[in-house]
Design a protein around this ligand. Sequence first.
Ligand code: NAP
Length: 246
Amino acid sequence: MQLANQVALITGGARGIGKEIAALFAREGADLALFDVNAQVLEQTAAELRALGRRVEGLVVDVTNASAVDEAVSKVLDKLSKIDILVNNAGITHDGLVVRMEESQWDRVLDINLKGTFLCTRAVAKAMLKARRGRIVSIASIVGLIGNPGQANYAASKAGVIGMTKSVAKELATRGITCNAIAPGFIKTEMTDRLADEAKQRLRALIPMGTLGEPSDVAQAALFLVSDAARYITGHVLVVDGGLAM
Ligand code: NAP
């Protein structure tokens, strides 16, 4: 087991890619804290993961709320004693062409995807600095690298996550803390289920490997980045996209 005796905090961990990362980390021996907004789904996921024999704290936290994030991180430190790994995964889309995009649409996507990543990183990095070790992984997107029509807000948020990752990596590099990002392409989750069949067909045609990715493809990349095997990798953006962005 690669993560025995470690504690991982995963935001948006109740479903989708976050849940898959949580399950893989639990199978690798990590205890977990999950932040998410839907109490019912969160409790159900926490119960499933406890069945793997791990300690799991599910906390209802909106990552855009600074005081809620700080309080929840303190609770996790009280209950699980430490946080070795942070995965900033909570994220949303709210698509629209830029000329029709409402200010509120822009603000909400930037708030959750970018500010939420900042608030969680800030809260957890303080504890990691004291411990002089830690692993931070943020889930960006290839859309933050190559853009996508209808997703100016999402692309800006994910490009922001990538810039933030590199800055934080430089700030924390001498303190035993790595900070990396994963840029998934199109992965089968509820986020992409919402796309029309025609859009999915078009996407598939653009992916050299010819198929959408699975949440487990992203989870395995996250496991690598938090494992000892990646101890000398920081400020990196690991693209997991079936070749789409190359
Ligand atoms: P998902 O299935 O929609 O899951 C996202 C989770 O985050 C949900 O449980 C959601 O809660 C939670 N969340 C939303 N807002 C939150 C907030 N303010 N505070 C805390 N939790 C919040 O999405 P996914 O496809 O797994 O995506 C996970 C991450 O991967 C996102 O950052 C996304 O941008 C990124 N990504 C996904 C793809 C893809 O193709 N799926 C590709 C590239 C990048 P609710 O239940 O309320 O929605």
